[in-house]
Design a protein around this ligand. Sequence first.
Ligand code: AMP
Length: 280
Amino acid sequence: MIVYTTKEELIRHLNRLRGQQKSIGFVPTMGALHQGHISLVTRSIQENSCTVVSIFVNPTQFNDPSDLEKYPKTPKEDLKLLREKKVNVVFMPQSHEIYPEPDHRLFDLEGLDQVMEGATREGHFNGVAQVVSKFFQIIQPNRAYFGQKDFQQLVIIRHLVDLLDMNIEIVACPIIREKDGLAMSSRNIRLQPRERKEAPKIHQILAEAVEKRGDLSPQKLKLWVREQFNHHPLMELVYFEIVEDKTLSPIEIWSEEVNKVGCLAVILGGVRLIDNMNFD
Ligand code: AMP
């Protein structure tokens, strides 16, 4: 496993591989790796001759400076995990390597960035588009791997690749959960024991909502979910939406012939957690 911190060295390495007709799989991460990330890595290793994993906590996607400051960083453990998985290349740049000057680009995300996560995190998805477009430019992968855990991000990345006319296959990977159902997230380690114990409720409420789909309209179901969180002493629901999987427009009636995804964000002990489930 080779660890690069500068883009020049990485580009030279990848150009050599491309010259040998090798395929390149790319897994972007912000580190503090867990089995969710590793599932993306495993898939990339299966499907490509070379897998590049980036570890970079992108400052431009954090609208809240204290959230950026508190973001967990475990580089030693991350590298150990990736070495065990036999990843070929890790890219761990410093901020100035990616942003030698401030990035003022504004991407036309056609409103996909204004709903759900975007409604309360001003500029978040533009920051994601900035960093992902830079990484795509540097790495020029054949395939890039994203988790369905960040469902809205996945939809926006697909849009970005179209917008920039990039020839990259975006591969969506299923949500990996803890045994008790909590979606794995780097942020979970910030939960206090009492909060961690309550956290699986998020998944339970989503799963129950899927069950209730036959009995309640989408609007009533949204109210039902909100009520479940209203009764909870530790959790605050930021949003729950049932949306069409490509446009992210809200589902008004169940008979719409589109794929439907129920997405939510919850604040638990000051930690923002997201999850989603298919409502087809
Ligand atoms: P992050 O480091 O949080 O930016 O995540 C890097 C990638 O891993 C993103 O594509 C995430 O969607 C994906 N990911 C994070 N958690 C999970 C999970 N529990 N299951 C599947 N993919 C995940």
